[in-house]
Design a protein around this ligand. Sequence first.
Ligand code: KIV
Ligand code: ZN
Length: 500
Amino acid sequence: MENKRIYIFDTTLRDGEQVPGCQLNTVEKIQVAKALEELGVDVIEAGFPISSPGDFNSVVEISKAVTWPTICALSRAVQKDIDCAAESLKYAKHKRIHTGIGTSDSHIKYKFNSTREEIIERAVRAVTYARNLVDEVEFYAEDAGRTDNEFLARVVEAVIKAGATVVNIPDTTGYCLPAEYGAKIKYLVDHVDGIDKAIISTHCHNDLGMATANTMAGLLNGARQCEVTINGVGERAGNTALEEIAMILKCHSDVPLETNINTTKITPVSRMVSSLMNMPVQANKAIVGRNAFAHSSGIHQDGVLKEASTYEIINPKDVGIDDSSIILTARSGHAALKYRLEVLGIKMSDEKLDNFYQKFLKLADQKKSITDDDLLLLAGAEHAEEAHVKLDYLQVTSGRGLQPVASIGLDIAGEKFEAAAKGNGPVDAAINALKGIIKRHMTIKEFTIQNITKGSDDVGKVHMQVEHDGHVYFGFGADTDIVTASVEAYIDCINKFKKA
Ligand code: KIV
Ligand code: ZN
């Protein structure tokens, strides 16, 4: 029997990018969109254009930059949203508007203060309107996971009659059990007149850790499209991870379904997204976690050395892990660095590479060997150079029996400033010194320090949330010196102040 093709709808740039602290600028979004195109996704949800001029602009620019995947723009079931979505898609070679409304009793009552009949009317009106503007219209029944199946079938039937070409059945709150979600899709297949005129799509959230299982249940019961994100990023606990679905379908030859994903691109895209979004991937994350292919127990190591398939169901090469990877050190040359950056999905002009190589050498002098994570952080730090506020120098004295003291030098739009301060620890002293120059009311709400691998020579990563003027800003810094990394994270927040 021939395999059925499953369409991969990637929403990293919409549902994924909605996550606080994960925002990308247009240039970064284009970089991700192009990587998704190379990965082989069928549809890229590029944004929610009515939500901000930045989102609108990103959809426009991604539409210009990407050739074959369909570009999709999100809207509510509201005319002005749909007009804005259509306008943002004007340069897309293949375009789709994704419109919809909440269908669960909870959404109908509390969000819309409406009735089931009125919700059907609004859904039909939105789809009809959108179909006059573009050929492909996807309808989402928000909170379908908690919507009663009989009513859901009526909504789906009505929107297909109105011209919806794809019907999305989101488990918005991540509540469904796999069998329940699968049965919901089957119910629609069996009870909706005209269901063969549309593609059914899954869109599962991971609040109870069941997003991938639910998506698989949906696909096994008749859905032909699944909505996913790289690394499973997304609202709250995230969305179904693209790499998990792609690899499940690749590994299970007993499941007659297939995707167009070039799985060897999975690891570079995963790392690129993690680095651009400053969103670390948990070490034991399936497929793309640092430990996903690491065998630590003696019994497993022995088995894998004798025959990899004893403990490995996936060949690491199939997801783009190159186990002959070169360990970079201060003695590595340009070519090795360029090769490793390319494996990680980072392309640089020769001129930029020369500059980057000097920074690499500086770090390699501080550390024995440079890991992929170090390179990604170093590449991320390049953006900081275009920032308004930059750290020129930082000197801190601290230790047992000493009152910590810091002196700091900042470059603010080309002007130099210096200050010194004491604190109850080295980070506190450094931040107090910085506040002596930037005299704004700011409060640290969250502050986490993480090292990447092991070892006292490791790079420390700092994530920080700073409240200023009623807004919370997310900042990130990385350095072998954790006090410097903390100050860099604080400055990263400050550089975002005026953009909010
Ligand atoms: O989770 C959800 O319901 C959504 C819709 C907007 C598609 O993201
Ligand atoms: Zn969602």
